[in-house]
Design a protein around this ligand. Sequence first.
Ligand code: PLP
Length: 421
Amino acid sequence: MEQLLRQVDPDVADILDRELDRQQHSLIMIPSENYASRAVMAATGSIMTNKYAEGYPGARYYHGCEFVDQVENLAIERARALFGVDHANVQPVSGTQANMSVYYALLEPGDTVLAMALDQGGHLSHGNRANFSGRTYRFVPYGVDCGTEQIDYDRLAEFAREYKPKLLLVGASAYPRTLDFVRFREIADSVGAYLLADIAHIAGLIAAGEHPSPAPYADVITSTTHKTLRGPRGAIILCRQGLAKAIDKAVFPGVQAGPLMHVIAAKAVMFKEAMSPEFKAYQRQVVLNARALAETFLTRGFRLVSGGTDTHLMLVDVSKQGLTGKHAADLLREANIITNFNTIPYDSQPPTQGSGIRPGSPALTSRGMGEAEMAQIANWIADVLEQPDDSVLRMRIRDEVIALCSRFPIYDYMAREGEYV
Ligand code: PLP
Protein backbone atom coordinates (compact mmCIF):
# COMPACT_ATOMS: atom_id res chain seq x y z
CA MET A 1 0.00 0.00 0.00
CA GLU A 2 2.76 2.41 0.99
CA GLN A 3 4.60 1.75 -2.26
CA LEU A 4 1.48 2.24 -4.34
CA LEU A 5 0.77 5.58 -2.71
CA ARG A 6 4.37 6.64 -3.26
CA GLN A 7 4.12 5.78 -6.96
CA VAL A 8 0.82 7.62 -7.44
CA ASP A 9 1.42 10.61 -5.21
CA PRO A 10 4.91 11.02 -3.77
CA ASP A 11 3.98 14.42 -2.30
CA VAL A 12 1.29 12.95 -0.05
CA ALA A 13 3.45 9.89 0.69
CA ASP A 14 6.25 12.20 1.89
CA ILE A 15 3.88 14.14 4.14
CA LEU A 16 2.55 10.87 5.62
CA ASP A 17 6.11 9.74 6.25
CA ARG A 18 6.83 12.92 8.14
CA GLU A 19 3.66 12.53 10.21
CA LEU A 20 4.59 8.92 10.96
CA ASP A 21 8.00 10.11 12.08
CA ARG A 22 6.42 12.77 14.30
CA GLN A 23 4.04 10.31 15.93
CA GLN A 24 6.84 7.81 16.49
CA HIS A 25 9.44 10.22 17.85
CA SER A 26 7.36 12.38 20.15
CA LEU A 27 5.48 11.73 23.35
CA ILE A 28 1.82 12.31 22.48
CA MET A 29 0.17 13.42 25.72
CA ILE A 30 -2.94 15.05 24.29
CA PRO A 31 -5.58 13.03 26.17
CA SER A 32 -8.01 12.93 23.25
CA GLU A 33 -5.48 11.30 20.92
CA ASN A 34 -4.51 7.65 20.59
CA TYR A 35 -3.08 5.08 18.19
CA ALA A 36 -5.81 3.12 16.39
CA SER A 37 -4.83 -0.48 15.73
CA ARG A 38 -3.67 -1.59 12.30
CA ALA A 39 -6.90 -3.58 11.95
CA VAL A 40 -8.94 -0.42 12.59
CA MET A 41 -6.83 1.46 10.04
CA ALA A 42 -7.22 -1.35 7.51
CA ALA A 43 -11.01 -1.12 7.77
CA THR A 44 -10.88 2.69 7.58
CA GLY A 45 -8.85 2.49 4.38
CA SER A 46 -11.11 -0.18 2.89
CA ILE A 47 -13.37 -0.70 -0.10
CA MET A 48 -16.40 0.52 1.84
CA THR A 49 -15.32 4.09 1.26
CA ASN A 50 -16.90 3.67 -2.19
CA LYS A 51 -20.46 3.03 -1.03
CA TYR A 52 -23.40 5.38 -0.63
CA ALA A 53 -25.86 4.12 1.98
CA GLU A 54 -28.28 6.85 3.09
CA GLY A 55 -30.73 5.35 5.55
CA TYR A 56 -30.32 2.44 7.94
CA PRO A 57 -29.75 -1.34 7.49
CA GLY A 58 -32.73 -2.83 5.67
CA ALA A 59 -34.13 0.62 4.81
CA ARG A 60 -31.68 2.35 2.50
CA TYR A 61 -32.19 4.88 -0.25
CA TYR A 62 -29.56 3.14 -2.41
CA HIS A 63 -29.22 -0.34 -3.83
CA GLY A 64 -26.23 -2.61 -3.34
CA CYS A 65 -26.23 -2.18 0.43
CA GLU A 66 -26.30 -5.84 1.47
CA PHE A 67 -22.73 -5.87 2.80
CA VAL A 68 -22.65 -2.42 4.30
CA ASP A 69 -25.88 -3.44 6.07
CA GLN A 70 -24.06 -6.43 7.53
CA VAL A 71 -21.19 -4.36 8.80
CA GLU A 72 -23.43 -1.63 10.26
CA ASN A 73 -25.57 -4.26 12.03
CA LEU A 74 -22.41 -5.82 13.44
CA ALA A 75 -21.22 -2.42 14.72
CA ILE A 76 -24.64 -1.73 16.27
CA GLU A 77 -24.84 -5.13 18.01
CA ARG A 78 -21.32 -4.83 19.38
CA ALA A 79 -21.90 -1.25 20.61
CA ARG A 80 -25.09 -2.34 22.39
CA ALA A 81 -23.33 -5.28 24.01
CA LEU A 82 -20.25 -3.29 25.01
CA PHE A 83 -22.18 -0.51 26.73
CA GLY A 84 -25.27 -2.49 27.77
CA VAL A 85 -27.82 -0.25 26.02
CA ASP A 86 -31.03 -0.81 24.05
CA HIS A 87 -30.11 1.11 20.94
CA ALA A 88 -26.99 2.35 19.14
CA ASN A 89 -26.62 4.70 16.20
CA VAL A 90 -23.11 4.31 14.76
CA GLN A 91 -23.39 6.87 11.95
CA PRO A 92 -22.35 10.24 13.46
CA VAL A 93 -19.16 11.41 11.83
CA SER A 94 -17.97 13.38 14.86
CA GLY A 95 -18.71 14.00 18.51
CA THR A 96 -20.01 17.45 17.70
CA GLN A 97 -22.43 16.07 15.13
CA ALA A 98 -23.58 13.40 17.59
CA ASN A 99 -24.40 16.13 20.12
CA MET A 100 -26.07 18.20 17.42
CA SER A 101 -28.28 15.23 16.55
CA VAL A 102 -29.32 14.72 20.16
CA TYR A 103 -30.26 18.39 20.57
CA TYR A 104 -32.15 18.21 17.29
CA ALA A 105 -34.03 15.14 18.51
CA LEU A 106 -34.93 16.34 22.00
CA LEU A 107 -35.10 20.13 21.91
CA GLU A 108 -36.75 23.04 20.16
CA PRO A 109 -34.73 26.17 19.39
CA GLY A 110 -34.55 28.34 22.50
CA ASP A 111 -34.98 25.45 24.98
CA THR A 112 -32.83 25.57 28.11
CA VAL A 113 -29.89 23.21 28.64
CA LEU A 114 -27.55 23.03 31.62
CA ALA A 115 -24.00 22.06 30.65
CA MET A 116 -20.50 22.49 32.01
CA ALA A 117 -18.85 25.77 31.00
CA LEU A 118 -16.14 25.49 28.36
CA ASP A 119 -13.60 27.34 30.53
CA GLN A 120 -14.25 24.91 33.40
CA GLY A 121 -13.88 21.70 31.42
CA GLY A 122 -16.86 21.55 29.06
CA HIS A 123 -16.80 21.25 25.27
CA LEU A 124 -17.44 23.70 22.46
CA SER A 125 -20.51 21.72 21.37
CA HIS A 126 -22.01 22.16 24.86
CA GLY A 127 -23.39 25.61 24.15
CA ASN A 128 -20.45 27.85 23.36
CA ARG A 129 -21.58 31.02 21.60
CA ALA A 130 -19.16 30.39 18.74
CA ASN A 131 -20.82 27.01 18.12
CA PHE A 132 -24.23 26.25 16.56
CA SER A 133 -25.37 24.91 19.95
CA GLY A 134 -24.95 28.22 21.75
CA ARG A 135 -26.77 30.11 19.02
CA THR A 136 -29.69 27.73 18.74
CA TYR A 137 -30.46 26.78 22.33
CA ARG A 138 -30.35 28.58 25.65
CA PHE A 139 -27.35 26.96 27.32
CA VAL A 140 -26.77 27.87 30.96
CA PRO A 141 -23.23 26.94 32.02
CA TYR A 142 -22.48 25.32 35.37
CA GLY A 143 -19.00 25.13 36.82
CA VAL A 144 -16.95 23.52 39.54
CA ASP A 145 -16.65 24.67 43.14
CA CYS A 146 -13.84 27.23 43.41
CA GLY A 147 -12.34 25.47 46.46
CA THR A 148 -12.49 21.78 45.54
CA GLU A 149 -12.48 22.40 41.77
CA GLN A 150 -14.98 19.55 41.53
CA ILE A 151 -18.67 19.57 40.65
CA ASP A 152 -20.76 20.69 43.63
CA TYR A 153 -23.87 18.54 43.16
CA ASP A 154 -25.96 20.39 45.75
CA ARG A 155 -25.35 23.68 43.97
CA LEU A 156 -26.05 22.08 40.64
CA ALA A 157 -29.39 20.83 42.01
CA GLU A 158 -30.28 24.39 43.10
CA PHE A 159 -29.18 25.69 39.73
CA ALA A 160 -31.43 23.17 37.98
CA ARG A 161 -34.40 24.22 40.15
CA GLU A 162 -33.73 27.83 39.19
CA TYR A 163 -33.39 27.35 35.42
CA LYS A 164 -35.65 24.30 34.87
CA PRO A 165 -33.72 22.93 31.89
CA LYS A 166 -35.25 20.57 29.35
CA LEU A 167 -31.88 18.83 29.12
CA LEU A 168 -29.11 18.33 31.66
CA LEU A 169 -25.75 17.54 30.08
CA VAL A 170 -23.01 15.69 31.94
CA GLY A 171 -19.62 15.20 30.35
CA ALA A 172 -16.47 17.19 29.76
CA SER A 173 -13.21 17.54 27.90
CA ALA A 174 -11.08 18.59 30.84
CA TYR A 175 -12.55 17.23 34.07
CA PRO A 176 -10.15 14.84 35.81
CA ARG A 177 -12.58 13.40 38.38
CA THR A 178 -15.18 10.65 38.41
CA LEU A 179 -18.63 11.80 37.27
CA ASP A 180 -21.50 10.82 39.56
CA PHE A 181 -24.16 9.77 37.05
CA VAL A 182 -26.55 8.72 39.83
CA ARG A 183 -26.56 12.26 41.20
CA PHE A 184 -26.99 13.72 37.73
CA ARG A 185 -30.01 11.46 37.16
CA GLU A 186 -31.57 12.56 40.47
CA ILE A 187 -31.06 16.21 39.55
CA ALA A 188 -32.52 15.72 36.06
CA ASP A 189 -35.53 13.91 37.56
CA SER A 190 -36.08 16.66 40.13
CA VAL A 191 -36.86 19.09 37.27
CA GLY A 192 -38.20 16.64 34.67
CA ALA A 193 -35.19 17.07 32.36
CA TYR A 194 -33.62 14.63 29.93
CA LEU A 195 -30.13 13.51 30.92
CA LEU A 196 -27.47 13.41 28.19
CA ALA A 197 -24.08 11.91 29.06
CA ASP A 198 -21.29 12.92 26.67
CA ILE A 199 -18.62 10.33 27.44
CA ALA A 200 -16.32 11.24 24.52
CA HIS A 201 -13.22 11.28 26.73
CA ILE A 202 -13.93 8.43 29.13
CA ALA A 203 -15.76 5.92 26.90
CA GLY A 204 -12.83 3.49 26.89
CA LEU A 205 -12.58 3.63 30.69
CA ILE A 206 -16.33 3.02 30.95
CA ALA A 207 -16.24 0.10 28.49
CA ALA A 208 -13.51 -1.51 30.59
CA GLY A 209 -15.14 -0.82 33.97
CA GLU A 210 -12.58 1.77 35.03
CA HIS A 211 -15.22 4.51 35.37
CA PRO A 212 -18.90 4.04 36.34
CA SER A 213 -21.23 3.73 33.37
CA PRO A 214 -24.03 6.21 32.67
CA ALA A 215 -25.98 3.49 30.80
CA PRO A 216 -28.50 2.79 33.60
CA TYR A 217 -29.11 6.50 34.22
CA ALA A 218 -28.80 8.61 31.07
CA ASP A 219 -31.58 8.95 28.50
CA VAL A 220 -28.99 9.37 25.79
CA ILE A 221 -25.21 8.87 25.64
CA THR A 222 -22.90 10.34 23.01
CA SER A 223 -19.27 9.46 22.50
CA THR A 224 -16.45 9.92 20.07
CA THR A 225 -14.79 6.68 18.99
CA HIS A 226 -11.20 7.86 18.57
CA LYS A 227 -10.12 8.90 22.06
CA THR A 228 -9.80 6.33 24.87
CA LEU A 229 -11.93 3.94 22.78
CA ARG A 230 -9.01 3.82 20.31
CA GLY A 231 -11.12 3.46 17.17
CA PRO A 232 -11.43 5.47 13.95
CA ARG A 233 -12.36 9.17 14.05
CA GLY A 234 -16.11 9.35 14.52
CA ALA A 235 -18.88 9.05 17.08
CA ILE A 236 -21.87 7.06 18.30
CA ILE A 237 -25.17 7.74 20.04
CA LEU A 238 -26.60 5.25 22.54
CA CYS A 239 -30.07 5.43 24.01
CA ARG A 240 -33.01 3.58 25.47
CA GLN A 241 -35.56 2.07 23.10
CA GLY A 242 -38.16 4.79 23.60
CA LEU A 243 -35.88 7.42 22.04
CA ALA A 244 -34.38 5.24 19.29
CA LYS A 245 -36.62 6.47 16.48
CA ALA A 246 -36.18 10.13 17.34
CA ILE A 247 -32.40 9.78 17.54
CA ASP A 248 -32.13 7.87 14.26
CA LYS A 249 -34.31 10.45 12.50
CA ALA A 250 -32.22 13.27 13.89
CA VAL A 251 -28.95 11.75 12.61
CA PHE A 252 -30.42 10.90 9.18
CA PRO A 253 -32.02 12.81 7.57
CA GLY A 254 -31.78 15.42 10.34
CA VAL A 255 -28.12 16.43 10.28
CA GLN A 256 -26.32 13.94 8.03
CA ALA A 257 -26.86 12.25 4.68
CA GLY A 258 -24.53 9.48 3.46
CA PRO A 259 -22.84 7.66 6.36
CA LEU A 260 -19.10 6.85 6.22
CA MET A 261 -19.40 3.08 5.78
CA HIS A 262 -15.64 2.47 5.87
CA VAL A 263 -15.51 4.24 9.23
CA ILE A 264 -18.52 2.26 10.46
CA ALA A 265 -16.63 -0.94 9.49
CA ALA A 266 -13.69 0.34 11.53
CA LYS A 267 -16.00 1.12 14.47
CA ALA A 268 -17.16 -2.52 14.35
CA VAL A 269 -13.52 -3.64 14.58
CA MET A 270 -12.89 -1.26 17.46
CA PHE A 271 -15.92 -2.57 19.41
CA LYS A 272 -14.62 -6.11 19.01
CA GLU A 273 -11.19 -5.04 20.28
CA ALA A 274 -12.83 -3.19 23.17
CA MET A 275 -14.46 -6.42 24.37
CA SER A 276 -11.11 -8.18 24.74
CA PRO A 277 -9.22 -8.83 27.99
CA GLU A 278 -6.25 -6.93 26.48
CA PHE A 279 -8.40 -3.81 26.17
CA LYS A 280 -9.47 -4.09 29.81
CA ALA A 281 -5.83 -4.41 30.86
CA TYR A 282 -4.96 -1.44 28.64
CA GLN A 283 -7.56 0.82 30.27
CA ARG A 284 -6.43 -0.25 33.74
CA GLN A 285 -2.91 0.79 32.79
CA VAL A 286 -4.19 4.10 31.35
CA VAL A 287 -5.57 4.96 34.79
CA LEU A 288 -2.46 3.73 36.65
CA ASN A 289 -0.25 5.70 34.28
CA ALA A 290 -2.27 8.89 34.72
CA ARG A 291 -1.97 8.45 38.47
CA ALA A 292 1.80 7.95 38.19
CA LEU A 293 2.11 11.14 36.13
CA ALA A 294 0.01 13.06 38.67
CA GLU A 295 2.00 11.78 41.65
CA THR A 296 5.29 12.86 40.09
CA PHE A 297 3.94 16.32 39.24
CA LEU A 298 2.80 16.71 42.86
CA THR A 299 6.15 15.52 44.18
CA ARG A 300 7.82 18.13 42.00
CA GLY A 301 5.68 20.89 43.53
CA PHE A 302 3.18 21.42 40.71
CA ARG A 303 -0.44 22.19 41.51
CA LEU A 304 -3.03 19.93 39.92
CA VAL A 305 -6.59 21.13 39.45
CA SER A 306 -8.73 19.29 42.05
CA GLY A 307 -5.51 17.88 43.53
CA GLY A 308 -5.17 14.88 41.21
CA THR A 309 -6.95 12.59 38.80
CA ASP A 310 -9.31 9.60 38.72
CA THR A 311 -9.17 9.27 34.94
CA HIS A 312 -6.79 9.38 31.99
CA LEU A 313 -6.03 13.11 32.16
CA MET A 314 -5.09 15.89 34.55
CA LEU A 315 -4.86 19.66 34.50
CA VAL A 316 -1.50 21.02 35.60
CA ASP A 317 -1.60 24.64 36.77
CA VAL A 318 1.64 26.23 35.53
CA SER A 319 0.94 29.76 36.78
CA LYS A 320 3.09 29.27 39.90
CA GLN A 321 6.02 28.65 37.55
CA GLY A 322 5.34 32.07 35.99
CA LEU A 323 4.11 30.52 32.74
CA THR A 324 0.94 30.50 30.73
CA GLY A 325 -0.34 27.15 29.48
CA LYS A 326 0.46 28.17 25.92
CA HIS A 327 4.05 29.06 26.79
CA ALA A 328 4.46 25.78 28.70
CA ALA A 329 3.12 23.70 25.79
CA ASP A 330 5.41 25.60 23.38
CA LEU A 331 8.45 24.83 25.55
CA LEU A 332 7.51 21.15 25.84
CA ARG A 333 7.01 20.94 22.09
CA GLU A 334 10.70 21.81 21.66
CA ALA A 335 11.52 18.71 23.72
CA ASN A 336 9.18 16.56 21.54
CA ILE A 337 6.61 16.37 24.34
CA ILE A 338 3.21 17.18 22.85
CA THR A 339 0.59 18.50 25.28
CA ASN A 340 -2.20 20.97 24.82
CA PHE A 341 -2.76 24.11 26.82
CA ASN A 342 -6.02 24.65 28.61
CA THR A 343 -7.80 27.07 30.84
CA ILE A 344 -8.18 26.04 34.46
CA PRO A 345 -11.31 26.81 36.51
CA TYR A 346 -11.59 30.54 37.32
CA ASP A 347 -8.60 31.25 35.08
CA SER A 348 -7.23 34.79 34.88
CA GLN A 349 -5.75 34.02 31.45
CA PRO A 350 -7.79 34.17 28.23
CA PRO A 351 -8.57 30.84 26.46
CA THR A 352 -5.85 31.61 23.89
CA GLN A 353 -3.25 31.35 26.69
CA GLY A 354 -4.73 29.43 29.62
CA SER A 355 -2.96 28.73 32.90
CA GLY A 356 -2.78 24.99 32.47
CA ILE A 357 -1.66 22.08 30.38
CA ARG A 358 -3.80 18.96 30.04
CA PRO A 359 -1.56 15.89 29.86
CA GLY A 360 -3.02 12.42 29.50
CA SER A 361 -1.85 8.83 29.34
CA PRO A 362 -3.89 7.00 26.62
CA ALA A 363 -1.46 7.26 23.67
CA LEU A 364 1.66 6.61 25.75
CA THR A 365 -0.03 3.56 27.28
CA SER A 366 -0.91 2.22 23.81
CA ARG A 367 2.82 2.18 23.09
CA GLY A 368 3.34 -0.11 26.08
CA MET A 369 4.76 2.45 28.49
CA GLY A 370 4.16 1.96 32.21
CA GLU A 371 4.47 3.80 35.49
CA ALA A 372 8.28 3.97 35.43
CA GLU A 373 8.19 5.77 32.07
CA MET A 374 5.43 8.09 33.36
CA ALA A 375 7.59 9.16 36.31
CA GLN A 376 10.48 9.82 33.94
CA ILE A 377 8.30 11.84 31.56
CA ALA A 378 6.70 13.92 34.34
CA ASN A 379 10.19 14.69 35.64
CA TRP A 380 11.27 15.83 32.17
CA ILE A 381 8.19 18.06 31.95
CA ALA A 382 8.95 19.51 35.38
CA ASP A 383 12.60 20.13 34.39
CA VAL A 384 11.56 21.97 31.21
CA LEU A 385 8.94 24.10 32.94
CA GLU A 386 11.12 24.99 35.90
CA GLN A 387 13.88 26.27 33.61
CA PRO A 388 12.08 27.96 30.73
CA ASP A 389 15.21 29.89 29.66
CA ASP A 390 17.37 26.80 29.28
CA SER A 391 17.15 25.78 25.61
CA VAL A 392 20.17 23.47 25.96
CA LEU A 393 18.26 21.47 28.59
CA ARG A 394 15.30 21.17 26.22
CA MET A 395 17.55 19.85 23.45
CA ARG A 396 19.11 17.31 25.84
CA ILE A 397 15.67 16.15 26.96
CA ARG A 398 14.51 15.94 23.36
CA ASP A 399 17.35 13.48 22.65
CA GLU A 400 16.32 11.43 25.67
CA VAL A 401 12.68 11.53 24.56
CA ILE A 402 13.64 10.24 21.12
CA ALA A 403 15.67 7.44 22.72
CA LEU A 404 12.70 6.47 24.93
CA CYS A 405 10.35 6.57 21.93
CA SER A 406 12.66 4.21 20.02
CA ARG A 407 12.20 1.64 22.77
CA PHE A 408 8.39 1.87 22.38
CA PRO A 409 7.46 1.78 18.67
CA ILE A 410 3.96 3.10 18.02
CA TYR A 411 3.21 0.02 15.93
CA ASP A 412 5.14 -3.22 16.18
CA TYR A 413 6.02 -3.09 12.50
CA MET A 414 7.71 0.28 13.14
CA ALA A 415 10.46 -1.73 14.74
CA ARG A 416 11.11 -3.25 11.33
CA GLU A 417 10.83 -0.32 8.96
CA GLY A 418 8.89 2.84 8.25
CA GLU A 419 5.73 1.51 6.66
CA TYR A 420 2.43 3.02 7.67
CA VAL A 421 -0.25 0.76 6.29
N1 PLP B 1 -17.59 16.01 23.46
C1 PLP B 1 -16.50 16.05 24.22
C2 PLP B 1 -16.64 15.92 25.70
C3 PLP B 1 -15.23 16.18 23.63
O1 PLP B 1 -14.14 16.24 24.40
C4 PLP B 1 -15.14 16.27 22.23
C5 PLP B 1 -13.84 16.40 21.54
O2 PLP B 1 -12.85 16.75 22.06
C6 PLP B 1 -16.32 16.26 21.47
C7 PLP B 1 -17.53 16.13 22.12
C8 PLP B 1 -16.33 16.50 19.99
O3 PLP B 1 -15.74 15.58 19.21
P1 PLP B 1 -15.33 15.93 17.70
O4 PLP B 1 -14.02 16.61 17.77
O5 PLP B 1 -15.29 14.56 17.07
O6 PLP B 1 -16.41 16.78 17.11
